[in-house]
Unconditional design. Structure first.
Length: 274
């Protein structure tokens, strides 16, 4: 397959080297376009008011990998790769392997997930890979699973355009309990700002929030409750695969609000009060 790989940890991150090299050694056509520095928690930000630069990177990846370091965000990198750097569109846009979990509500902030979602927005299926630990640095099990997943997708492609958000527990390959197809859970944070002083005596604040494990699985109007959330399945040492889309429309909320009636028929707007 032809693969475009990005991340939010930067061009020299061990996770992207492990992923790109493993897939290149497996025979895939791999191109890497990722930030020239760490851009974690940038969400789906795009650079609109500054130039975006891309420099060829050599001697970092497997010899067959074509790589660029970009001054842009993770989403910039994918957009730039598809429209400017690659000679033809990739079959998949991959992102990661992120150093840290992207579970539950993490996906709203994640540059890793956003890079893969940029592929979906451009009509190319995306896969985001994360190792659910900030201390464990063994990315090889996650890269091995990426290879297995692509092998499976080569034989049985995704039935619809979507993003697969993959989280891998930080354990040895033999300790992985299995693969769980999950729904998105909730991962709340206690957001604490520490007030500090810089060397010149000026006040600044540092976000030091901690993630809180979900206590109760959220209900979903269209999904059976027996389907595990990604947060639950990771606790069981399962690799989690959660299908995501960029359409954030709340289906049952839309149905409820339609009872208000249509603007053209049931709302008495009158003249503009201004």
């Amino acid at each position: 397959m032809k693969l475009l790989i990005s991340n939010d940890d930067g061009i020299f991150a061990q996770g992207i080297r492990t992923l790109a090299n493993t897939l290149a050694e497996a025979g895939h056509d791999v191109s890497v376009v990722c930030p020239d520095r760490e851009r974690s928690a940038t969400g789906h930000g795009l650079t609109l008011h500054d130039p975006i630069r891309a420099e060829v990177v050599e001697s970092v990846f497997h010899p067959s990998v074509k790589a660029w370091a970009s001054s842009g965000t993770p989403s910039d990198c994918v957009k730039l790769g598809i429209w400017a750097l690659l000679d033809s569109p990739p079959d998949y846009v991959l992102s990661g392997i992120n150093h840290g979990a992207n579970l539950g509500t993490d996906i709203l902030y994640s540059g890793t997930v956003s890079a893969a979602m940029e592929g979906v927005i451009e009509g190319i299926p995306g896969i985001a890979f994360s190792l659910t630990s900030f201390t464990n640095r063994d990315f090889q099990p996650a890269a091995n699973f990426a290879k297995l997943l692509l092998d499976r997708l080569g034989k049985k492609p995704l039935p619809q355009l979507m993003l697969l958000n993959v989280n891998v527990p930080p354990v040895e390959w033999e300790e992985i309990a299995g693969v769980a197809i999950t729904r998105q859970g909730i991962r709340r944070y206690i957001d604490v700002f520490e007030k500090r002083l810089d060397p010149r005596g000026k006040t600044y604040y540092w976000l030091t929030g901690e993630a809180q494990e979900e206590i109760e699985s959220p209900t979903h109007p269209f999904l059976p409750p027996e389907i595990l959330t990604d947060v639950e399945a990771i606790r069981k040492n399962c690799i989690t695969i959660t299908p995501l889309q960029y359409d954030l429309t709340y289906g049952s909320g839309l149905q409820d609000l339609q009872q208000w009636g249509k603007v053209t028929n049931d709302w008495e707007l009158g003249n503009n009060p201004a």
